[in-house]
Design a protein around this ligand. Structure first.
Ligand code: GAL
Length: 977
């Protein structure tokens, strides 16, 4: 065979069709998952099992440099920064991994993932071949190599690829240098990159990668009008043919949802899930297949949470992304369609090698109705053919009915032959297969019904078709053996050994078409098909790649009904199913005939013997599955008994900032220089305070003429900064975003000193409390990630400032205290510096004050509210929970800490997010939990925030064994102010 490789391993090769892993042709069917957005390693298995259960075989993973390399010389793969537990979970699940370590990842994260210290310490242009940038990424990349090398596919591990970055095309030399580090290491798997759009980048020339990849987000990132579609992009295939026809067509990212921005008009993730919903998945994913792509990754499949300082300023805490798997790990309405697609691909090895023959524009495919557009892909070896149909106008909601001319082993046919036509019900796509093999020796001549599953179960060839209950479809296939059941709802004609079965409209539920000792053919409506699972039956665990489809096993079963089937094993005559239930369901199983007993999560279940007879005469099993009554029994505890303490001693007379950092730099590597002042640079990151809230104190002497002060403050889109002189509130300066419109990332304001606010006989202090919404991603301006968060201009109307002092998180980026939660968790609020957000801090001496009472005296300021609550949720339940603020617009911002983790930033005056999912593992499901709210009232006005814990669902099952890792408060390092 004529395969290409990178010359470093033969375990991963490719040709123009697809990847060849260890000699086998593989369609990479993948979803994006960022472990750093789910900082509970025990839950990664949950996501991987859900990816696998959708029939997928891979995930794509960014790693986050800012977390892993928090300070110069420090590489930290502990706790949720680790890769090893992910690699182990992938092996256990049978999932390949495409690792995309950056250093630059974009990903709607702060500085696009670049370590924050670099944005201040590196003078040269980042992501170029300058020497200080080159030195800056070495430790991180070496760390990635060390962690990953033992898990490459060549070593029996899951990692098949590395994408290091997308970058401006002018920076090829840097790419070459980055590649050289991998090429000089024990990493032998191919290297690839993500070209954001049809940019022709990294195909040839300096820095070119082994396999080119391109991303595409046809609906963009504004979900405000979820019914209004942009059309499909029609040149994917021709672009590929132009730029890299000798390589498999790789989409390292294809739109699987959308991020969402700050602001009152931001639509929220429910609308993103509609914009990229089932019809979008159906039309756009299949359109991608029609371009002959054979490596596809949907971004995101599970979005997760941009907790702490993870977000870049364009997104809020939730990174749900409107994905198929929601932020709280629940399966959404989008999931079943992905699963139907995933099982089809897993069932259709002939699809992994196809020639793009043509479409109904070029005359290679002929359709009876020009409103239908059909692309033909054909396997050159078997002649199995795939006609992928969509509406010519891909956004139309019209119904289009057409007939299609197909070429088959039985000659040219116009299909369907007995029903009226193939129906595209609005925004819908269909695949019409011809000469499609299933099982060991069976074949479909053609089918206008969709294939959910094709394979062998217990020696029988099994085919599971589905279709819309309102439209007709038909299948022609070769049937053998003596049938035991034939559905009454259908009609069939046989001639020349081929049976054509027509499905009239109105079919609901599962029906058996053919049930012989050689073949089983099933049909259902589309929704019923979506309730089916096909867990793989792994071989002996000692086999390498035991859990990988095609490698360790080719056998699977069908299981209909449960909310989720995580896995299945057969030992002797017992089939053991594991999964999750939230409701009573009918369980329908098609398994090998020698299975006599079925267990669900370890408990034997009894079969409904009559129902089985309607299904099949062999290997069938039907039963009622019922979750335990406990599923209804959980009520969320009320959050009461709040304790309160003021968190802004900085504005009180006598507060000493003697231990704060003197802000006296007069130079900076940040290319965006101060606008005005006296030459001093007041950028937080230049003093190691690169994220979250930072406080500035400017000392000055006043005279009768001192009336005002000007500040230009930079905090990033949607930030705010509140300014006091002595203990007198001056004003709040508001950044802005209304759904990424009217973006204001820095302000320039004059603050007037009210009468009697100044001292003339002694020093005055200006206190600026400012938020940092994250560092920008790379953009059109060079080094935009080096965002000048801080005070870009300061000027009294008369006179000069004396000392400027600055304080962010304790220890800055070199000596920050919380090594478990990491460098992005804390900020510089007094309460954070004292560790009030951490579990175990003793608040018994604090005043009792309800959160809804806001700050005393309706003052502008910052206070901490802390309370605890208990949870007692037994093992064996997955109970997603959220913290819900009031959904009102009030002039407050707040940070939500759960057991010390900053799990939410609520900006009440902007929105949209008021509900913050928090995972088990952050929450202790069997113990006491601490919740702390840092409340920042931005105006001298009463605010009344409320907070509730909400239970979002109760699933009996779950992945189990979730550990908590919430180090408690300790006085160490926290005594200074
Ligand atoms: C891509 C980028 C991703 C992410 C995505 C939008 O171009 O590679 O990191 O930012 O856009 O969500």
């Amino acid at each position: 065979m004529d395969f290409t490789g990178n010359g470093r391993t033969t375990d991963i090769l490719w040709d123009k069709y697809s990847l060849i892993i260890r000699g086998q042709r593989v369609f990479i069917h993948s979803g994006e998952f960022h472990t750093f957005r789910l900082p509970v390693p025990g839950l990664w298995l949950d996501i991987l099992q859900k990816v696998k259960a959708a029939g997928f075989n891979a995930i794509s993973v960014y790693s986050h440099m800012a977390l892993i390399n928090p300070s110069p010389g420090v590489v930290d793969f502990n706790d949720y920064r680790a890769l090893e537990p992910l690699y182990e979970a992938a092996k256990q699940t049978g999932i390949w991994i495409v690792l995309r370590p950056g250093p630059y990842i974009n990903a709607e994260t702060t500085a696009g993932g670049i370590a924050h210290w670099i944005t201040s310490e590196v003078a040269g242009e980042m992501r170029t071949n300058t020497t200080d940038w080159h030195a800056a990424w070495q430790d991180y990349v070496q760390g990635i190599i060390t962690e990953t090398a033992p898990y490459q596919v060549t070593q029996g591990g899951p990692v098949i690829d590395n994408e290091y970055s997308q970058a401006p095309a002018t920076h090829a030399e840097y790419f070459r240098e980055l590649e050289a580090v991998y090429l000089n290491s024990s990493i032998v798997v191919p290297l690839t990159a993500n070209d954001p759009g049809e940019g022709w980048a990294w195909i040839n020339g300096t820095g070119a990668v082994n396999i080119y990849g391109m991303d595409s987000y046809p609906q963009g990132f504004d979900c405000s009008n979820p019914d209004v579609w942009s059309p499909v992009i029609t040149d994917y295939h021709s672009y590929h043919e132009t730029v890299d026809p000798g390589q498999p067509w790789y989409f390292p990212e294809f739109q699987g949802g959308s991020f969402d921005a700050w602001g009152p008009t931001a639509p929220g993730y429910d609308q993103c899930r509609m914009l990229t919903g089932v019809d979008f998945e159906n039309v756009f994913n299949l359109h991608l297949w029609a371009s002959n792509a054979k490596l596809i990754n949907y971004y995101m499949l599970y979005g997760g949470t941009s907790w702490g300082a993870l977000p870049f300023p364009g997104v809020y805490t939730s990174y749900d992304y409107g994905s198929a798997i929601a932020e709280n790990r629940e399966l959404t309405v989008k999931y079943p369609e992905l699963k139907r697609q995933g099982l089809f691909l897993r069932s259709s090895p002939d699809f992994y090698k196809t020639d793009w023959v043509g479409n109904s524009t070029g005359g290679m495919v002929s359709v009876s109705n020009p409103a239908a557009f059909v692309t033909l892909l054909r396997n050159p070896d078997s002649a199995a053919s795939f006609y992928i149909a969509r509406q010519r106008n891909s956004t139309t909601t019209d119904v289009t009915i057409f007939k299609l001319n197909v070429t088959t082993s039985a000659g040219n046919l116009e299909v369907p032959r007995f029903t009226s036509g193939i129906t595209l019900g609005g925004r819908q796509s269909k695949i019409i297969v011809t000469d499609y093999p299933f099982g060991s020796s069976s074949k479909v001549l053609y089918s206008t019904a969709q294939v959910l599953f094709a394979g062998q179960i217990g020696g029988r060839d099994v085919l599971f078709l589905y279709g819309d209950p309102t439209y007709e479809s038909e299948v022609a296939l070769t049937l053998s053996g003596a049938p035991r059941i034939q559905g009454a709802e259908l009609s069939s004609v046989s001639s020349n050994g081929v049976t054509t079965v027509t499905f009239l409209s109105g079919i609901q539920g599962l029906i058996t078409i053919w049930d012989s000792s050689e073949q089983l053919v099933l049909y259902s409506d589309t929704n019923t098909a979506g309730t089916f699972w096909s867990p793989e039956i792994p071989t002996n665990d000692s086999v390498e790649f035991a859990n990988y489809w095609q490698f360790g096993t080719n056998s699977s079963i069908l299981v209909g009904g449960p909310y989720l089937v995580r896995n299945a094993t057969i030992s002797g005559s017992t089939l053991a199913l594991r999964g999750d239930l939230n409701d009573s369901v009918q369980l329908t199983v098609i398994a090998p005939d020698d299975v006599k007993t079925v267990t669900w999560n370890g408990i034997p279940i009894s079969a409904d013997v009559t129902a089985v007879l309607n299904l099949t005469a062999q290997g069938g099993f039907v039963a009622q599955l019922k979750p335990s009554s406990m599923v209804l029994g959980f009520a969320p505890p009320a959050l009461t008994n709040w304790r309160y303490a003021d968190s802004l001693p900085e504005i009180r007379t006598g507060f000493s900032d003697a231990n704060w950092t003197l802000a006296n730099h007069t130079t900076t590597n940040i290319p965006f220089k101060p606008y005005y002042g006296d030459g001093r640079v007041l950028y937080g990151c230049d003093y190691e305070y690169c994220e979250n809230i930072v406080l500035w104190r400017g000392h000055f002497n006043a005279t009768e003429n001192t009336q005002s002060v000007n500040f230009s403050i930079n905090g990033g889109e949607a930030f705010a900064a509140t300014v006091w002189v002595n203990d007198v509130f001056l004003n709040t300066s508001y950044g802005n975003s209304t759904n990424n419109q009217n973006i204001l990332e820095e302000t320039d304001d004059k603050f007037y000193f009210p009468p009697e606010s100044l001292f003339y006989e002694r020093e005055n202090i200006i206190t600026i409390l400012q938020d940092n919404m994250g560092l920008n991603e790379s953009g059109s301006v060079i080094d935009e990630e080096k965002s000048p968060r801080g005070v870009r201009g300061f000027m009294l109307n008369t006179g000069d400032f004396g000392e400027w002092k600055v304080q962010g998180k304790v220890g800055g980026y070199t000596n920050y205290l919380d090594k478990v939660r990491g460098v992005l968790n804390e900020g510089g609020l007094y309460g954070e510096r004292m560790g009030w957000h951490l579990p175990g801090f003793d608040t018994s001496s604090w005043a009792l004050r309800d959160l809804s009472e806001g700050l005393p005296n309706a003052a502008a300021g910052v206070g901490f509210f802390v309370t605890t609550f208990n949870l007692s949720i037994p093992d064996g339940f997955d109970v997603p929970m959220s913290f819900m603020f009031d959904d009102t617009s009030q002039p407050y911002r707040s940070q939500l800490y759960v057991n010390g983790w900053m799990m939410g930033k609520r900006v009440s005056n902007l929105g949209p997010q008021y509900k913050f999912p928090v995972q088990q593992g952050i929450l202790d499901y069997n113990g006491t939990n601490t919740v702390a709210i840092a409340l920042w009232a931005m105006e001298p006005k009463a605010v009344s925030p409320t907070l509730q814990l909400a239970i979002e669902g109760v699933y009996e099952g779950g992945v189990g064994g979730i550990e908590t890792n919430n180090p408690p408060w300790s006085p160490e390092g926290r005594s200074y102010v």
